[in-house]
Ligand binder design. Structure first.
Ligand code: SF4
Ligand code: SF4
Length: 475
């Protein structure tokens, strides 16, 4: 690392110096070549991203009742999520689902810091996959740095070409799966390979593939550092009991190299051997010894690296560890604190209300529109008739036969189909009329209630109120 790139507050053996790093606004990004080291947190990350990745790639292939279990059918404006179909009128539910997800993220952040960023965020997971491909094709950190500096030759072309090819395949698979959530994937994939896919599907697949390629291949940590809004406001959620990756400055400083057999305490040195492995493994290229920085995504890889060094030196592990400010200062972390309890209570209430709404949601919607061209008409029998358009929206995942009737304070007679079958996910629209003896009307404008009920499942029913208009009353 060149001198001008040295991190803020860089320590050295002699003294703790504070320097101000001046950055050129248009400074070229220094490529981060990370070192791969085994350890507990690297293994743990595998167990967090593997289920998520498997779910992402496999979910669109699951079929339920003959259709894709998760399918965002934009042309039909319907979102199928397992057994539930969301309609445009369910937009509020979707908004609530997003708000609850955000709140769950905030709650987790208060307790365990940015573990979402370090362990499950798609940006981190795909970057990690792309880095593994890089490692496989171009070798370890030192070999990659050497390759970067070497002039173009057959070997470099082969390695770069292989890497770009595998990146491209992964980006294409990722993008095809993503588009498969919007177009039935079982048709999309064969169509794509037989070159008969819809041009829009082809465009979006290649567009998202390019974004994935650029994002995980080149932008990487810059997305977290400069584009992700969460990284900017996460510090607002932190308190002194939030778990953060922290370097034990008391124990580590003054840092410096030494022989394993040396009595470093007697030499006035701390436990940090200044090997810089914690910096070399960091996906955002920071030095955690400079304290908490907004670039840190809490991935724990520097802990693995440092523990490996501590192990080799026969020192206690934990020079860098997950801890809290309170634990560092007073040896105790308060898990149950007002802020966390507040988040949990709010999250529980919101999740409960959302779950209740989902499970008691009526998969039927009825709309009744009065014919505005004719106020009313009189039949040959002397009855007053009003004409309406009845719309029945079957929001269930199966067909239903519905019975239709009218109710109210008057003895209405209903004229129209008394039972209709509506296919799942369809809206049926039909003209109906209601008649009433004008002599029975207490006012020229009375309420009429339409009741639509599923014949096979009476629990599925809906009512809709409208106005019935008759002639002015003669006094
Ligand atoms: S400082 Fe450590 S925990 Fe933070 S991003 Fe770097 S490696 Fe991960
Ligand atoms: S890995 Fe540990 S010992 Fe090595 S520089 Fe980092 S903090 Fe010091």
């Amino acid at each position: 690392m060149s001198d001008d790139k040295k991190p803020l507050n860089q320590h050295d053996d002699a003294a703790h110096e504070e320097t101000i790093k001046v950055l050129d606004l248009y400074q070229t990004r220094e490529k981060i070549q990370t070192r791969k080291l085994p350890g507990f947190f690297r293994d743990l990350r595998r167990w967090t991203w593997m289920p998520m990745l498997s779910a992402y790639f496999l979910l669109p292939w699951i079929n339920l009742d003959g259709r894709q279990a998760i399918w965002f059918d934009l042309p039909a404006r319907k979102f199928y999520v397992f057994w539930i179909t969301f309609w445009p009128q369910d937009f509020m539910l979707l908004s609530w689902a997003l708000i609850i997800s955000a709140f769950a993220l905030f709650t987790a952040t208060v307790l365990v810091g940015r573990v979402w960023c370090g362990f499950t965020c798609p940006q981190t997971v795909w970057t990690m996959l792309f880095m593994s491909i890089e490692d496989f094709c171009e070798g370890d950190r030192n070999q990659r740095i050497k390759l970067d500096k070497s002039p173009w030759n057959v070997n470099k072309l082969k390695k770069r070409g292989g890497k770009f090819f595998l990146w491209g395949l992964l980006a294409f698979a990722t993008s095809l799966t993503f588009v498969g959530y919007y177009n039935p994937v079982r048709e999309l994939v064969p169509d794509m390979f037989s070159l008969s896919a819809h041009p829009a599907a082809v465009f979006w697949t290649f567009f998202f593939a390019l974004l994935t390629f650029m994002n995980a291949g080149f932008l990487r940590e810059q997305v977290c550092m400069y584009m992700c809004p969460y990284a900017r406001f996460q510090s607002v959620m932190f308190d002194k009991d939030t778990l953060i990756v922290s370097y034990d400055i008391e124990r580590g400083e003054p840092r410096g190299t030494r022989k394993k057999t040396a009595n470093h305490r007697a030499d006035g040195k701390g436990d940090c051997v200044d090997c810089s492995l914690c910096v070399q493994v960091c996906p955002t290229g920071i030095d955690i010894r400079n304290g908490l920085q907004y670039e840190c995504i809490d991935c724990g890889l520097c802990i693995d690296a440092c523990n490996t060094v501590m192990d080799k030196m026969d020192y206690e592990p934990g020079l860098i560890k997950f801890t809290t400010e309170h634990a560092t200062k007073h040896g105790k972390t308060h898990i149950l604190r007002p802020r966390f309890i507040g988040y949990v209570v709010a999250l529980t209430i919101m999740t409960g209300a959302f779950g209740y709404n989902i499970f008691t949601r009526m998969p039927l919607e009825v709309d009744i529109i009065r014919d505005r061209n004719v106020m009313f008409r009189e039949s040959a029998m002397g009855l007053v008739e009003n004409v309406y358009t009845l719309k029945i929206n079957n929001m269930d995942t199966k067909d239903h036969r519905y019975s239709i009737r009218v109710e109210g304070d008057h003895e209405f007679s209903y004229k129209g189909a008394e039972q209709v079958t509506v296919v799942e996910g369809e809206v049926m629209s039909m003209p109906v009329s209601v008649a009433l003896d004008p002599g029975l009307m207490k006012s020229p404008n009375v309420d009429v209630i339409f009741v639509v009920e599923s014949v096979d499942d009476p629990a599925i029913n809906a009512t809709e109120e409208n106005r019935f208009i008759g002639p002015r009353l003669r006094r």
